[in-house]
Design a protein around this ligand. Structure first.
Ligand code: GLU
Length: 478
C-alpha cells in the first residue's frame, strides 16, 4: 500500500531477485553453506544524507554506497544518479557487480553507489556540489580509493561527474601517486582511457554476435547462425543502448526498433541509428523521425514488435510476467542490469528463447574500467612503449619478404601490416577477447549441465566457483 513517505514506498525485490538467482545456481556447486552465505551477502551498506544549498534554502540529499564483496580489492561499480534509486536497488546492483567481475575475470569485488536525484532538475553547479560532497562523504568513511573502492559512471552519470570525483579525491589526498585510480570512466584528458565511453555497448554487441555465431544453439531456437541481417530492437538510447545499436548495425544486424521514455519507433527495413539519435537530440523526442514506418506513444509497445533480438538497455524490470508473452524476439540481450524478472525469464525460456544475462552482457564497461585503472596505476598509456618498436619490426619484416619474393605490396597493404597498435585498438582487442572467452565459459557450463536451464544460472555458477576460490585463497574457507 502506498504511504506518504516515498522512502517507505520503495520497490524492494531486486536484491531478492538477485539472491533467488544465486540460490538456484548455488545448488549446482559444492560449496559449504556458510561460504555461499558469505558470497551472497552485502558486506557493507553505507547510507548517508548531506545538505546542499539550493535557491534560498537547503536540500537534503539521500545517498548510498554499497560494497557487496571484498573477496578481491578494490571493489568496483558505478554511481547511479536517479530519483528512483533506493537501498534495495543499490544492493542488488552491487551484488551484480561482484558476479559480473568474476564472470569476465576482472579482479575486483562488486560495489555500487546511488544518489537520489533527477539530474535534469539541477544546475551544473548544483550537480558539481552534490558530486563533490558525495565524494567527501565516501572519503570520510574510507569508501573510496584506488585499492579500496573505485566508482565509475552508471545511469545518470558520466565523464563529467567522474572528473569531479577524481579531482575531489586527489585534492583530499595530496601526494597520493595513484589518486587517479580512485575512479574510472574519466575523460581521456583527465587520465581516462580510449574506448571506455562506448565499451559497454560494444561489449553487448560482441556478446550478441558471439551468441548468434553458434550454429547448434541457433538451430534450437529457430534462427540461422550469424549476425548479418538479424533484426534487433533496442530499448534506451543512453550510453549503453546507443552504442549497442551502433555496433550491432556495424556488425551487420538490422536495427528495426528503438524505444525511449517518450515512445518507440519501428521500421522492418531498418533504422539509421545515428540519424535517430541526432533527431532526438534536435527535437527532444524519438517520435517524428521521418525514417520510421510505425510510431508508438507507449514505449513498451515497441518491445513487442517483430524482431530476432531484443536489447533492453534502459532500466530494471522492463520484461515481466505481464508482457513477456508478447515479446517476439528469440534472444533477449540484457544491456541494462536486471531488465527481466525471474518469472518472465522462466516463461521466455519455456517459449523457446534464450537470454544473454546482464552480468555477462553488459560487463564490457567494467572490463575497460579495469584497463583504465591499470593505466592509472602504471602511469603510462597502453602502446606507448611498444608501438613504434612494433612498427619498425613489422617494417623490417615487410621489406625482407618483399626483397625475397620480389612481390611489392600496395601502400594500403603495407600500412595495414606495419601499423603498431594504438591504445584504442589494444583496449578494443582486450575487450573483444574478454567477451568472447567469457561467453564460451558460460556456454560450456550451460551445455554440460542441462538442468541449470539458463545462461544466467550458468554464468552465476561460474561466478560462484571463482569467488569461492578467492575466499579459499584468502584462507577463510577450506
Ligand atoms: N556502471 C557500470 C556497470 O554497471 C560500470 C561499472 C564500472 O566500470 O566500474 O557495469
Amino acid at each position: 500500500m502506498a504511504t506518504n513517505n516515498p522512502a517507505a514506498d520503495q520497490d524492494t525485490h531486486f536484491f531478492g531477485d538477485v539472491c533467488k538467482n544465486f540460490d538456484y545456481a548455488a545448488q549446482f556447486t559444492k560449496h559449504d553453506a556458510g561460504l555461499l552465505d558469505q558470497i551472497k551477502s552485502c558486506n557493507s551498506v553505507y547510507r548517508f544524507r548531506f545538505p546542499i544549498r539550493r535557491g534560498n534554502g537547503f536540500e537534503v540529499i539521500d545517498a548510498w554506497r554499497v560494497e557487496h564483496s571484498q573477496h578481491q580489492s578494490p571493489t568496483k561499480g558505478g554511481i547511479r544518479y536517479s530519483e528512483m534509486v533506493n537501498e534495495d536497488e543499490v544492493m542488488a546492483l552491487a551484488a551484480l557487480m561482484t558476479y559480473k567481475c568474476a564472470i569476465v575475470n576482472v579482479p575486483f569485488g562488486g560495489a555500487k553507489g546511488g544518489i537520489k536525484i533527477n539530474p535534469k532538475n539541477y544546475t551544473i553547479q548544483e550537480l558539481e556540489n552534490i558530486t563533490r560532497r558525495y565524494t567527501v562523504e565516501l572519503i570520510k568513511k574510507n569508501f573510496i580509493g584506488p585499492s579500496i573502492d573505485v566508482p565509475a559512471p552508471d545511469y545518470g552519470s558520466g565523464e563529467r561527474e567522474m572528473s569531479w570525483i577524481a579531482d575531489t579525491y586527489a585534492t583530499m589526498n595530496p601526494g597520493q601517486l595513484d589518486a587517479m585510480g580512485a575512479v574510472t570512466g574519466k575523460p581521456i584528458a583527465l587520465h581516462g582511457i580510449a574506448g571506455r565511453r562506448e565499451a559497454t555497448g560494444r561489449g553487448v554487441a560482441i556478446a550478441i554476435r558471439e551468441c548468434v555465431s553458434v550454429g547448434e544453439d541457433m538451430q534450437k531456437i529457430g534462427l540461422l547462425p550469424g549476425i548479418s541481417g538479424k533484426k534487433v530492437i533496442v530499448q534506451g538510447l543512453g550510453n549503453v543502448g546507443y552504442h549497442s545499436a551502433r555496433f550491432l548495425a556495424e556488425f551487420g544486424a538490422l536495427v528495426v526498433g528503438l524505444c525511449e521514455f517518450e515512445g518507440a519507433i519501428y521500421n522492418e527495413d531498418g533504422l539509421d541509428v545515428e540519424a535517430v539519435f541526432q533527431h532526438r537530440k534536435a527535437t527532444g523526442s524519438i517520435l517524428g523521425y521521418a525514417g520510421a514506418k510505425k510510431e508508438f506513444k507507449n514505449s513498451h509497445d515497441g518491445l513487442e514488435q517483430p524482431c530476432d533480438i531484443l536489447v533492453p538497455a534502459a532500466l530494471e524490470n522492463q520484461i515481466t510476467e505481464a508482457n513477456v508473452k508478447n515479446i517476439k524476439a528469440k534472444i533477449i540481450a540484457e544491456g541494462a542490469n536486471g531488465p527481466t524478472t525471474p518469472e518472465a525469464e522462466a516463461i521466455f525460456y519455456k517459449n523457446g528463447g534464450i537470454i544473454i544475462p546482464d552480468m555477462y552482457a553488459n560487463a564490457g564497461g567494467v572490463t575497460v574500467s579495469y584497463f583504465e585503472w591499470l593505466k592509472n596505476l602504471s602511469h603510462v598509456a597502453f602502446g606507448r612503449m611498444n608501438r613504434r618498436f612494433e612498427e619498425n619490426t613489422n617494417l623490417n619484416m615487410v621489406n625482407m619478404v618483399e626483397g625475397i619474393t620480389g612481390v611489392a605490396l600496395t601502400p594500403l597493404q603495407r600500412s595495414t601490416i606495419i601499423k603498431g597498435a594504438s591504445e584504442l585498438e589494444l583496449v578494443n582487442s582486450g575487450l573483444e577477447d574478454t567477451m568472447i572467452r567469457s561467453y564460451h565459459e558460460i556456454r560450456e557450463i550451460y551445455i554440460n549441465n542441462p538442468k541449470i536451464g539458463t545462461l544466467r544460472s550458468a554464468a552465476m555458477v561460474g561466478a560462484i566457483n571463482k569467488i569461492a576460490v578467492s575466499y579459499q585463497n584468502l584462507g577463510i574457507w577450506p
